[in-house]
Design a protein around this ligand. Structure first.
Ligand code: CUA
Length: 369
């Protein structure tokens, strides 16, 4: 029997979507840049910047704490490079200068040196000074990163790691979402900081968006914090960085940096109750009847589950399955037919929905803007 029980209901599988699911993420950055520029020109100021900032390294910081880390990494790298050049240079010099030359060379003993204050001081004092300087600079950096002086009106986002997705809460605004974290753009002259309060619902996860800040763990029964202060709008990509189970690699992070106006607009949209469209009433009924509400919350309905992502404004998100696929009709249909197809090992089981059920729930979810 076909392992995919969708076929029990006699429908054809859709074209496999898994090979296309990264298309959102792995695009040519230059094409994206051009596309984003065009978009920016065409769109109003409050539209979202869709530039993908996918650089997964620390050498292109676009946020205040990432810049601090970048500066200290340059200092440490430069110090190590200078030490390497001096040591390697002296070694090369000695190898060439005192190489085997034949003749009387084999018979003569080199000059024997016993005790030299100059040499002893040279290889003791500078290394100690280097270590002291690096310790002081590192200590100051740790202070700046771990105990920042954030503006009083800093935004706060609570991020809770789950296998294998991110719960995202904005306590001040009573907004709950998942996987896509909207934060406001900062300005060097007028700081707008966002503090992330990081927790875990199950095992240890790691939060890392290299262009925004360093890596921070999400530990069960413990709260960590970090902060971001981004200088450019766009979509910043990151990953869970601690092996947390089968779908660890697909526990993707999207931080969407909006202009303060667009950010407010997004908050207002998220605060609103989703429209209760009569045309998709059947989908809502099926959603509740098939116990989807035991795991998912949809504002204004009887669905009040907390184990899975809040779906109140599901259709407003760019991706589904924590970034595993673009949030379009085709992928959503595949997900409803069997989530294990797109994300094998994820904790949502195959609900064995029939064709009609899939269609009505799909239509309903697509209205949750
Ligand atoms: Cu969560 Cu790896």
């Amino acid at each position: 029997m076909n392992w995919n029980c969708g076929s029990r209901h006699g429908h054809e599988r859709q074209t496999p979507v898994r090979f296309r699911r990264f298309s959102l993420i792995h695009r040519n950055p230059s094409t994206l840049g051009v596309a984003a520029l065009t978009l920016l020109t065409l769109a109003s100021a409050s539209a979202q910047d869709s530039t993908i900032r996918a650089i997964q390294n620390i050498f292109d910081p676009l946020s205040a704490p990432a810049e601090i880390l970048y500066r200290i990494s340059l200092l440490v790298l430069a110090t190590c490079a200078i030490i390497f050049l001096i040591v390697a240079g002296l070694l090369t010099y000695a190898i060439i200068r005192y190489r085997h030359k034949g003749g009387t060379d084999d018979l003569e003993e080199p000059p024997q040196v016993y005790g030299s204050a100059a040499i002893e001081l040279a290889w003791t004092v500078p290394p100690i000074l280097i270590v002291v300087v690096l310790v002081l600079v590192t200590a100051r950096t740790i202070g700046e990163i771990q105990k920042p002086k954030l503006p009083n009106d800093a935004e706060q986002v609570r991020i809770i790691g789950h296998r294998f997705w991110w719960e995202v809460r904005y306590p001040k605004y009573d907004v709950v979402t998942a996987n896509e974290i909207h934060v406001p753009l900062s300005d060097r002259s007028k700081r707008i900081a966002t503090e992330f309060v990081l927790e875990s619902a199950d095992v240890i996860h790691g939060f890392w968006v290299p262009q925004l800040n360093g890596k921070t763990m999400l530990v069960p029964n413990h709260t960590n914090t970090m902060w971001v202060e981004p200088y450019k709008t766009g979509i910043y990509l990151g990953n869970c960085t601690v092996l947390c189970g089968a779908q660890h690699a697909n526990m993707l992070i999207r931080v969407i940096v909006d202009t303060p106006e667009r950010y407010q607009q997004w908050l207002n949209e998220q605060k609103a109750t989703p429209s209760n469209d009569q045309a998709v009433e059947e989908g809502q009924r099926q959603f509740i009847a098939n116990s989807c509400g035991a795991c998912h919350d949809i504002g204004g309905t009887n669905a009040k589950g907390v184990f899975g992502p809040d779906l109140t404004h599901f259709a407003s998100r760019q991706t589904l399955g924590s970034g595993v696929a673009a949030n379009n009709e085709e992928n959503l249909r595949s997900w409803l037919q069997d989530p294990q197809e797109l994300k094998p090992g994820c904790l949502m089981p195959n609900m064995k929905l029939g064709d009609k059920q899939v269609q009505s729930i799909l239509a309903y979810l697509r209205t949750l803007k």
